[in-house]
Ligand binder design. Structure first.
Ligand SMILES: O=c1ccn([C@@H]2O[C@H](COP(=O)(O)OP(=O)(O)O[C@H]3O[C@H](CO)[C@@H](O)[C@H](O)[C@H]3O)[C@@H](O)[C@H]2O)c(=O)[nH]1
Ligand SMILES: [Mn+2]
Length: 755
């Protein structure tokens, strides 16, 4: 792809942020002085002093890591026009598109097919794309929906390209443009086509809705295709691979990319490795069918919102100085129809902006599971120094040699040739998908991976419920870099979980998975010591992998607050000491700092507050339980499982009544709600003790003071949703059993404090 045209295909811009850096340093200095104060006054205080010291040591360390993470924030800008000038359209590299779904109830098929349709319609030559859908739910409904969607795609894809439609997920397109009036394009032809396409989409969604409601049996419709689904159990069934649509027309205005449905074999006694397992099967099947050198993967709810995204990603992957620089391009996770002011604190807008851009300036963003384009070679375990374009003897294992035997041991028999081709950069694929179906069945079986390196050295890595971070880490360990790309409009949009329980499930899984990595042989420290992970990237990984661990110091600090008031002792400096102002200053500056991050991102004060509050709630509920989950796993008592997050169907505008309720916190029987409820009870008890003058006399003359009281009030304010939950009806109320358990724990704590 050499060309005289030497303009770069993408550029990198740094952000200066002096004010933030100054604030970060002030906070760090204040925290350090608090530590010094603790050390100087270590004697004459009880047990609360060392506990507070350890907590503050942790907070200080996290502060240092955060400073490192955000030190050089960078952004990237691609130049697709330059790419198109340099590479003729039909010489652009092929890209395989992966969509995963796992449960047709939690992940309604209409959502999945919208994602698929948006991918099929991206602005990229259709003969260079192939879309593979993995269905771990083995659901005939999902399959039926895909078959119907592929028929609709034949008018949808050409329509989008002809009129340069911006949002190519039809459900979004038609809710945003539900009336033709006010549309930019007003030609007669457009109006007619728009109406036809809209009608067709309505029919499609009605069909799927009907099928979901069981009023029609999908098997009546395409019988022969459906027989394989009869009497099938989700967790015990053979592989099903169906070429839903094969593009035999090449690249033309009317053509639609290949679409393949895959439900890999599942057997109760064989581990399936959740999403990581599904991704590896997709990698192999696509390797046999199309073997594209690049692979995009999205979760079933993450539709392509920016039709140029693949072209843009290609700029960054093809435009690096050498091919051995960037392993993958990750787009931020952005959500559509996000609730106003982020009441559940899970839209992560500030996180993606400040932290991810910062890490982008070190070795590159973490791989976050969706909205990411990988080089296939990288997924096959290649090291950057082994990649030479068209290298005839690629080395997978970093010892300089790769024999056929190595390939066989690594990838398995049926896959040796495909892997060798991909590693060599040979882009030959069979001219007919159906020719490779038989081999595809073999690589999708439960037994295929035994004796190979899938999940260990190549492919998506096993051993964590956050397989994404683990897979990205193994790539960074090899010395690869990665790129964060945040285009406007956002590349992909998905659904953020709403309601308390769904958020808790997700956060618990993340905390578990991340901690699993930290406590395994994949701990990033080894990556820095023995492999090519940069030191600051190691810190960045530590920052995310330790999310769950944060619950411990936060819980201790909250408990100390109550303990001090109940026993009339103190763990924070007293009014007459100069150190009194340290915690106050930390509190004020830290909040100004986070507030300014939110305001600069265009978010409201309310959104800032919600994020602060949910930060505290999530940490001592879901994250704490994540830690417990890992401890149980380490003790061999239980296994960690991948619980899929519920994806709510888009709340359309006519459900206005629901809106005000949507942001309200909801509860279920989950034990994760016990610790926050307990903490709330403890603070209320403590404050009541203080207000009613029931505190025992202070032992050393200095009892609890204003700082402890302020802390306690602050905690009550943070846990306000739980206070309301004590009295809320139905799902808005904390279940009685949870309340009793929490009250019991609080009483136990109180008694232990007093005696
Ligand atoms: O056994 C499984 C379980 C899940 N999935 C798919 O994995 C994706 C992510 O699941 P979801 O429940 O939406 O989890 P989230 O917490 O929203 O996902 C984030 O976190 C996960 C790791 O915890 C990553 O895998 C995801 O890519 C990332 O978006 C979905 O497409 C699922 O269909 C499977 O294919 N098989
Ligand atoms: Mn998701």
């Amino acid at each position: 792809m050499a060309s005289s045209n030497s303009l770069p295909l993408y550029e990198r811009f740094g952000h200066k942020n002096t004010l933030h850096k100054v604030m970060e340093f002030i906070i760090l200095i204040l925290l350090l002085s608090l530590l010094v104060y603790r050390l100087l006054s270590f004697n004459n205080h009880g047990l609360s002093w060392p506990i507070a010291f350890l907590c503050e040591l942790w907070f200080t360390f996290i502060c240092v890591v955060t400073i490192s993470n955000k030190w050089n924030r960078v952004e990237h800008k691609p130049y697709p026009d330059r790419l198109l000038q340099r590479v003729p359209k039909d010489e652009l590299p092929a890209v395989d598109l992966f969509v995963t779904t796992a449960d047709s109830e939690l992940e309604p098929p209409i959502i999945t097919i919208n994602t698929v349709l948006s991918l099929l319609a991206v602005d990229y030559p259709t003969n260079k794309l192939a879309c593979y859908v993995s269905d771990d739910g083995c659901s005939p409904l999902t399959f039926y929906s895909l078959v119907e969607a592929s028929k609709f795609a034949k008018i949808w894809v050409p329509f989008c390209k002809k009129y340069n439609v911006q949002v190519r997920a039809p459900f979004r397109y038609f809710t945003n443009n539900s009336k033709l009036s006010g549309h930019k394009n007003s030609s007669m032809e457009f109006k007619q086509e728009w109406k036809i396409v809209k009608d067709e989409y309505e029919q499609l969604s009605n069909k799927i809705e009907d099928a979901v409601r069981k009023s029609i049996n999908p098997s009546d419709i395409i019988e022969s295709d459906f027989s394989v689904f009869s009497n099938i159990q989700r967790n015990n069934h053979p592989t099903i691979i169906k070429v839903v649509w094969e593009n035999k027309e090449g690249h033309s205005k009317q053509s639609v990319p290949h679409l393949v449905y895959v439900s890999r074999e599942k057997r109760p006694k064989h581990p399936h490795h959740a999403k990581a397992g599904a991704m590896n099967v997709l990698t192999r099947i696509s390797g046999l069918m199309t073997n594209a050198p690049y692979m995009l993967n999205v979760d079933c709810d993450m539709f392509a919102n920016n039709p140029s995204i693949i072209l843009h990603a290609m700029c960054m992957l093809l435009g690096s100085k050498s091919e051995n620089e960037n392993a993958f391009v990750q787009c931020p996770q952005v959500f559509y129809d996000g609730l106003k002011d982020d009441p559940f604190g899970n839209q992560m807008i500030v996180l993606w902006k400040y932290t991810a851009q910062g890490i982008s300036g070190i070795q590159g963003p973490f791989y976050s599971g969706t909205g990411c384009v990988h080089r296939r070679k990288v997924i096959y375990g290649l090291f950057p120094n082994n990649v030479k374009f068209g290298d005839t003897n690629p080395k997978i294992i970093n010892n300089g040699k790769s024999t056929n035997e190595e390939l066989l041991n690594t990838f398995g028999k049926e896959f040796t040739k495909s892997a060798a081709d991909a590693l060599k950069g040979k882009a030959e694929s069979p001219d007919m998908l159906s020719k490779s179906i038989e081999a595809a069945y073999q690589v999708a079986g439960v037994g295929y991976e035994y004796g190979t390196h899938w999940g260990k050295k190549v492919g998506w890595m096993y051993g964590s419920t956050t397989e994404d971070v683990l897979t990205g880490l193994s790539i960074h360990n090899k010395g690869w870099r990665s790129i964060l790309y945040s285009p406007n409009p956002p590349a992909f949009l998905g659904c953020a979980p709403t309601g308390g329980p769904a958020s808790m499930t997700q956060q618990k899984r993340w905390a578990t998975g991340l901690l699993e990595i930290l406590l395994s042989e994949n701990c990033p420290i080894f990556g820095t010591l023995f492999a090519s992970l940069q030191f600051r990237q190691c810190l960045a990984y530590f920052w995310i992998l330790s999310w769950g661990l944060r619950s411990v110091p936060e819980l201790c600090y909250a408990a100390l607050t109550a303990y001090s008031i109940i026993t009339n002792s103190h763990f924070l400096p007293k009014g007459q000491e100069p150190a009194y102002y340290i915690p106050i200053a930390v509190f004020v500056i830290y909040n100004m700092y986070t507030l300014s991050e939110h305001l600069r991102t265009g978010l409201s004060i309310r959104a800032w507050w919600n994020n602060q509050r949910m930060g505290r709630i999530t940490t001592i509920s879901a994250w704490l339980f994540g830690v417990l989950g890992v401890i149980l796993k380490l003790l061999g008592i239980s296994e960690t499982v991948f619980e899929v997050t519920r994806k709510d169907q888009s709340t359309s505008s006519d459900e206005g009544t629901e809106d005000t309720e949507a942001g309200k916190f909801t509860f279920d029987e989950s034990p994760a709600f016990i610790p926050p409820t307990t903490i709330l009870f403890l603070q209320l008890t403590a404050l009541a003790t203080a207000l009613l003058g029931l505190q025992p006399p202070a032992r050393d003359g200095v009892g609890s003071g204003s700082l402890e009281n302020m802390c306690s009030v602050l905690l009550v304010v943070c846990f306000w949703p739980f206070l309301k939950g004590l009295f809320g009806p139905g799902k808005y109320g904390i279940p009685l059993s949870t309340i009793f358990k929490a009250a019991g724990l609080a009483l136990l704590f109180y008694t232990l404090c007093r005696y």
